[in-house]
Design a protein around this ligand. Structure first.
Ligand code: ADP
Ligand code: ZN
Length: 639
């Protein structure tokens, strides 16, 4: 009997030594597990279910894991939230030997190790923030063969003494996270990463798995070259984030629009990115006075305040964080429902990385960006006044121009971004504003003639604001001073709203009918095409400005919140936050929101049922099972 059990149930306990199990006490439990028909499934499926609590692999995960288990090199390109971590965590558990994970950020490393420990996995980290004693303990557990996963900073793994020690161990796999940092073509080159090139020679028997979410074709080729990967298979997933709906709007009355958007988001987490520190503070202040739990975050705050804000956001104690781009790296929060850009970002890489922080849990999320000509000018000034050499500035300016074209485009947004990253396709995405609400083109030749005529009659000395003022017939001081109220075209466009006029002019700039002289107060000028328009030899198409925030319906989550028991959810949230505070760890590492939702929907009353809940594997069942069942029991039997 004992022997049968050993063979039969061993898969569930692959990460425990057989002697660790008190089979007798577990008999009942084991026979229950048996009923869930795990038997006969490959080991990696059991690990997915009983360690991570998930039912099936996503995308190419299984293929990558099997490839890695054969100790072969690979490059994995997968968008944020795609599930890269499991691609090296499961091989680490399913094979002999130790897996090393190179990660650039200590905060991220710590969170991952914490989360793994919560799952009962033997994992630890080595980096410069550890005391000697702590490092020693890690070395000890490596030597004893206890540790399965070791997270390391690049400078640590590049250290010769460390390398000598590691080569005495059986290192099955080396995973290099954020692998784009190895390439100067990427967005975030790190010299420490460049030194990882030597790993291939030092650990000839280990597989190397390079992973990244941001790499265009040039960067991908460079990663393979820089890391000396051995005949690597490239696993390229689409960059498309199907669960993120993208909206882009002009920046008129941003705060009002944001408030309107937030009405759809009772209590849901979101980030609002601003260009300046001052804006983060202003926006947060306005939202607080409108009744939202909002805070601000920027590099000017002391590090204690920054960690406090970050932790509160991670624990859902604060709903909205208004931040500069200093916020985000190292944020692994799965349930961010919206990312709003208060201003246009400096390039599409930054934009896509920032919106990618939404919806890591796979639920529907939104990315809303506001942009204005003012943003463009400001970003351009940052580049011009920066310290970089002219060659670099040229590239940055071109990237900024692409960002502007993207913002003001009426084509599918997703395709524009995918094309930018070298993933070419033409079918529409169906989850961007231009797909959901296609702009209707109309003949705008008359409007173009009005604008061009006003520009010429005022001697090409107008910026966008002034031109709109003249067309609308405004008697602002600047207009009167320059006698622009006397020209023939003054007030000819008063029937069109200011917002629409601005939009039309931007479209005309994009079509090359009007040019902007950046070197001269951004005055509008004629181009060789302007004359053709006025001679009626060139037709101009324009699209109308539709205020998208007004039309939006509340976001529908994939998981239906309908039959969710909200009072029970509140109890679980309180229980979780108390635990998080007591153990000093982010709440989502204890149990994710998705897990809480399922608990409140299915109300499991025994361990077998509990094990069917997403995110509940053996370790969490053991740690929290009794308490969860007790909470549900008491809730159902109260009063
Ligand atoms: P990435 O590193 O690619 O951004 P993560 O590895 O952090 O993504 O995974 C994103 C989220 O998806 C995590 O909460 C993770 O636990 C979850 N996840 C990954 N794989 C699966 C799966 N097969 N089934 C369900 N959830 C998964
Ligand atoms: Zn689209």
């Amino acid at each position: 009997m004992k022997c049968t059990l050993d063979k039969l149930y061993f898969p569930f306990y692959y990460h425990l030594k057989y002697t660790d199990l008190k089979i007798k006490n577990k008999l009942k439990y084991l026979s229950l597990l048996h009923k869930i028909k795990t038997l006969g499934k490959p080991l990696i499926h059991n690990i997915l279910k009983y360690t991570f609590g998930y039912d099936s692999f996503r995308g190419q995960q299984e293929e990558i894991i099997n490839h890695t288990l054969d100790r072969k090199d690979a490059l994995v390109i997968m968008p944020t939230g795609g599930g890269k971590s499991i691609c090296y965590q499961i091989p680490a558990l399913a094979s002999e030997g130790i897996t090393l994970v190179v990660s650039p950020l200590i905060a991220l490393m710590n969170d991952q190790v914490l989360a793994l420990k919560q799952l009962g996995v033997k994992a630890d980290s080595l980096h410069s923030n550890l005391t000697q004693e702590e490092s020693k303990n890690v070395y000890e557990s490596l030597k004893s063969g206890e540790l399965k996963l070791l997270y390391m900073s690049p400078e640590r793994i590049n250290n010769e003494i460390t390398q000598r020690f590691l080569s005495t161990l059986d290192i099955g796999l080396i995973a290099i996270d954020e692998a784009h940092c190895v390439s100067v073509w990427g967005n975030d080159f790190r010299p420490d990463y460049a030194e990882l090139a030597s790993l291939r020679n030092i650990f000839p028997d280990s597989a190397i798995l390079a992973l990244t979410a941001t790499a265009d074709k040039a960067t991908q080729d460079d990663i393979v070259k820089q890391l000396n990967l051995r005949d690597p298979k490239v696993f390229l997933s689409s960059f498309e984030r199907k669960n993120i709906t993208t909206y882009i709007e002009n920046g008129i009355k941003r705060i009002e629009k944001i408030k309107k958007i937030l009405r759809n988001y009772y209590d849901a987490s979101g980030i609002i990115y601003c260009l300046s520190r001052r804006d983060t503070e202003n926006v947060a202040k306005k939202l607080v006075s409108a009744g939202y739990k909002a805070v601000y975050y920027h590099a000017g705050l002391d590090s204690q305040t920054r960690s406090k804000v970050q932790r509160e956001f991670q624990n859902d104690e604060v709903q909205i964080i208004c931040a500069t781009i200093a916020f985000g790296m190292g944020i692994d929060k799965p349930n961010i429902r919206f990312v709003i850009h208060y201003n246009m970002p400096k390039n599409l890489e930054a934009y896509y990385q920032e919106i990618g922080r939404a919806g890591r849990d796979g639920e529907n999320s939104e990315a809303i960006m506001f942009y204005s000509w003012g943003d463009y000018i400001k970003l351009k000034r940052f580049i011009d006044e920066g310290e970089a050499n002219e060659e670099f500035k040229k590239v940055q300016r071109a990237k900024l121009d692409r960002m502007w074209e993207y913002s003001s485009s009426s084509d599918c947004r997703t395709n524009l971004v995918l094309n930018y990253f070298g993933e070419y396709r033409s079918e529409k995405c169906g989850h961007c504003d231009n797909c959901l609400n296609p702009p209707i083109k109309k003949d705008g030749t008359t409007q173009a003639m009005m604008a061009l005529s006003a520009i010429k009659r005022c001697n090409e000395k107008l910026g966008i604001e002034l031109l709109v003022g003249i067309l609308k017939g405004s008697y602002r001081a600047e207009i009167k001073q320059n006698n622009c109220d006397k020209i023939k075209t003054f007030g000819v466009g008063r029937n069109i709203s200011g917002a629409n006029w601005k939009n039309y002019i931007i479209q005309m700039i994009n079509q090359g009918i009007i040019n902007i002289d950046y070197t001269n107060s951004s005055n509008l000028r004629w181009t060789p095409l302007s004359k053709l328009v006025l001679e009626n030899k060139l037709k101009v198409d324009i699209v109308d400005f539709v205020p998208k925030t007004k039309e939006k319906k509340p976001v529908k989550l994939f998981t239906d919140k309908k039959d969710l028991d909200n009072s029970l959810l509140a109890i679980f949230k309180k229980w979780r936050i108390d635990l998080a505070r007591k153990n000093n760890m982010p709440a989502y590492i204890i149990l994710s929101n998705k897990t809480l939702d399922e608990l409140c929907r299915f109300k499991p009353t025994n361990k077998l049922e509990l094990l069917q809940i997403i995110g509940i594997g053996e370790a969490k069942l053991k740690k929290y099972g009794n308490e969860i069942i007790k909470i549900i029991y008491e809730y159902q039997n109260q009063g």
